[in-house]
Design a protein around this ligand. Structure first.
Ligand SMILES: NC(=O)c1ccc[n+]([C@@H]2O[C@H](COP(=O)([O-])OP(=O)(O)OC[C@H]3O[C@@H](n4cnc5c(N)ncnc54)[C@H](OP(=O)(O)O)[C@@H]3O)[C@@H](O)[C@H]2O)c1
Length: 320
C-alpha cells in the first residue's frame, strides 16, 4: 500500500511516499481502507521535531492523525466490512496518510450519512478539540459569552458552530478578509484582529478560547467574567505555570489536549447528520501533493480543513 512518511525531522523535503505492507490488526483494532485523510498543524510540528520527547528518534515516521474510510477488517468489533467510518488516532504515531490504517475501535465511529468522505475526514481531530475545549473544559452554558480567537481555521470553523449548538453567544476573531465567513458560520459578532484588537474590548467572556494561541492568560484575564476560563490549544511554558496558579483564583487558565473518544465522535456524528454543524473544507489534494498541502497548512492561512484523497470509494460531492 502507499504510505506517507517523514524520513527524518526537517522541511517538507523529508516527506516521501513509499510502498509498505498493509498493517496487521491487534486485539481491539479494526483495519480501515482510507478514502480521505486530514492534515493538521500537528503533522507539521511532528515533522519539524517540535515534540521529539514524544515522537522519538526512530524513522521513518508515518504521517496523519484523522481520516474517513471503510471497514476492511472489523476484527472483534461490531463494525461490518464496508461500513463507512471516521476517526482519529490518539498519541503521537500518525499513520492515516496511507491506503490502510489499523486503529483501536474506540477511536472511530460510523460516518455521518450526509457527508462526503472528504468532508468527514476533516472533523475528528478539530471537532473533538473544539468540543472538549468548549463543552468539557469551558463548561459553556446556553446564553453565555464565548470569544473564539482564530475563528477561520480548522479548529475555529467548527468551534464557532459547536459554541452556537451549545447556545453560546459567539464572538470570533479573524483577519478582516474572513469577517463575513465567520459570521456565516454562526458568529454573532466577528472582529478583525488588525482593526479591532480583542484586548481593547470592553466585553466580558465566560470562555476565551485561544485557538490560534497567540495570547496568554495574563493578557486576556481582564476579558474574563469573574469565573471565566481562558483555554489555549498551544502548550507554551507559561500555561503550565498558570495551571498551578488556578488553585488560588476564580478565573482559570486551561490547556486543551484532544483525546479521541467514541462518545465525542458520536456527538459530532449526530450534530453533523442534523446539519447543526457543517464541515468546512478549504482544499483537497491528491496524496501525491502532500508536500504542497503541508506547505499550505504551514502558511497559517487555511480557511477550514486541508484534505488528502487516498482511495477510490465514494468521495463524490466535494465541498468547495
Ligand atoms: N492542544 C490540542 O489538542 C490541539 C488540537 C488541535 C489543534 N491544536 C493547535 O491549535 C492551533 C490551531 O489549529 P488549526 O487546525 O485551527 O490551525 P489552522 O487551520 O492551520 O489555522 C489557520 C488559521 O489561523 C488563523 N490565523 C492566522 N494568524 C492569526 C492571528 N494572528 N490571529 C488569529 N487567527 C490567526 C488564520 O485565519 P486568518 O487568515 O483569518 O488570519 C487561519 O484561518 C494550532 O496551533 C494547532 O497545533 C491543538
Amino acid at each position: 500500500m502507499k504510505l506517507a512518511i517523514n524520513e527524518r525531522y526537517g522541511t517538507v523535503e523529508v516527506i516521501k511516499l513509499i510502498d509498505a505492507p498493509v498493517p496487521k490488526i491487534s486485539s481491539n483494532q479494526v483495519l480501515v481502507k482510507v478514502v480521505a485523510a486530514a492534515l493538521n498543524p500537528k503533522d507539521i510540528l511532528v515533522r519539524k521535531g517540535k515534540f521529539k520527547r514524544f515522537t522519538g528518534k526512530k524513522f521513518p515516521q508515518s504521517i496523519g492523525f484523522d481520516f474517513s474510510g471503510t471497514i476492511e477488517d472489523p476484527g472483534t468489533s461490531s463494525y461490518e466490512k464496508g461500513e463507512q467510518v471516521f476517526g482519529m488516532l490518539n498519541g503521537w504515531q500518525g499513520r492515516c496518510c496511507a491506503e490502510f490504517v489499523n486503529i483501536d475501535a474506540k477511536e472511530l465511529y460510523k460516518m455521518p450519512d450526509n457527508l462526503s468522505f472528504e468532508a468527514a475526514a476533516g472533523v475528528p481531530l478539530v471537532g473533538q478539540t473544539a468540543l472538549q475545549a468548549i463543552r468539557d473544559i469551558g463548561q459553556l452554558k446556553s446564553g453565555q459569552k464565548i470569544c473564539i480567537n482564530g475563528g477561520s481555521g480548522g479548529v475555529g470553523t467548527i468551534a464557532i458552530q459547536i459554541a452556537r449548538a451549545l447556545g453560546g453567544i459567539v464572538t470570533s476573531v479573524s483577519s478582516s478578509k474572513n469577517l463575513e465567513f465567520c459570521r456565516s458560520l454562526g458568529a454573532h459578532y466577528s472582529l478583525a484582529y488588525s482593526e479591532t484588537p480583542i484586548l481593547d474590548s470592553k466585553d466580558r467572556f465566560d470562555v476565551f478560547f485561544d485557538v490560534f494561541g497567540n495570547y496568554s492568560f495574563k493578557e486576556t484575564a481582564h476579558l474574563l467574567t469573574d469565573q471565566g476560563k481562558y483555554i489555549t490549544t498551544v502548550p507554551k511554558p507559561d500555561i503550565f505555570k498558570e495551571l498551578i496558579w488556578n488553585f488560588w483564583r476564580k478565573k482559570k487558565a486551561k490547556l486543551v489536549v484532544v483525546k479521541s473518544k467514541r462518545a465525542d465522535l458520536n456527538w459530532l456524528h449526530d450534530q453533523l447528520e442534523e446539519e447543526k454543524i457543517k464541515p468546512v473544507v478549504d482544499k483537497v489534494y491528491p496524496l501525491s501533493d502532500i508536500k504542497a498541502a503541508q506547505e499550505y497548512i504551514e502558511s497559517k492561512r487555511a480557511k477550514g480543513k486541508i484534505i488528502l484523497q487516498l482511495g477510490q470509494v465514494g468521495g463524490e460531492g466535494l465541498i468547495s
